[in-house]
Design a protein around this ligand. Structure first.
Ligand SMILES: *Cc1c(COP(=O)(O)O)cnc(C)c1O
Length: 233
């Protein structure tokens, strides 16, 4: 696949994001994370050629394979940040140092394991706390009511730097629900800051809802379909 017109789509999406920032009035900078899952390493190269500096993957093994392939070929783009945006099994925390930011710290046990691994290696990991605002059973993440206690706990783990919050809105939800979810995530970020975290990021918004997410203050949007077309098609 060649991903024809990607550069133009990136430019168009960036323009739409700028308009949404203006409408929302939060004045934030927004990072566009190109979600390359299910596509080969050539999608990463196409994204980099289109000026993208952040790529997102939801599966550890798939991401590491792409990183290895690009490194082996000598084509790994310079200055690229890899984001792990999907659910992580506890026994895979060892892979976290291969990513610049982990978006899916969705449960206490995972935080414990990640913090222990990082402390043992003498490194710090940048992570986002995943929140589940409307209590969707199929998705992970902390309820808003759990955030203050978890924020307090995480504050005692110096090997984790909690940079903000990530959320996923229900697929195809009405706009009112989307806004409720995104505002809830913003509130969770305030709770992190109140607990002493240097938490500025709001990772929210996918192809179907990113403009609303940006209006509600998203600082990172995770876009796959809108950039690369439908997956598996
Ligand atoms: C796949 C995925 C995305 C991108 O989804 P699109 O609808 O294709 O933009 C964003 N976030 C997460 C966590 C994903 O798994």
């Amino acid at each position: 696949m060649e991903f024809l017109g990607l550069k133009q789509r990136v430019a168009q999406v960036r323009g739409e994001i700028a308009d949404a920032v203006a409408r929302g009035g939060h004045g934030q900078a927004v990072r566009l994370i190109a979600v390359t899952k299910t596509h080969g390493p050539e999608a990463v190269l196409a994204a980099a050629a289109a000026g993208i500096t952040d790529v997102g993957e939801n599966k550890v093994q798939e991401a590491l394979s792409k990183q290895e392939a690009l490194t082996a070929a000598g084509t790994m783009p310079h200055g690229l940040t890899w984001h792990l945006i999907g659910h992580l099994q506890t026994n895979k925390v060892k892979a976290l140092p291969s990513f610049g930011l982990f978006h899916a710290m969705d449960r206490a046990k995972l935080a414990d394991e990640a913090a222990a691994m990082a402390a043992k290696r003498g490194i710090t990991l940048d992570v986002l706390l995943q929140v589940n605002i409307v209590g969707e059973e199929t998705k992970g993440g902390h309820a808003l009511s759990e955030v203050p206690a978890e924020a307090e706990r995480l504050h005692g783990m110096p090997s984790l730097r909690v940079r903000g919050v990530m959320t996923m809105a229900p697929f195809d939800a009405p706009e009112a629900v989307l806004r409720q979810v995104f505002r809830g995530a913003r509130e969770a970020r305030e709770l992190l800051r109140a607990a002493g975290h240097d938490a500025h990021e709001l990772s929210m918004g996918m192809s179907g809802d990113y403009l609303i997410a940006v209006e509600e203050g998203a600082t990172m949007v995770r876009l796959g379909t809108v950039l690369f077309g439908a997956r598996g098609g």
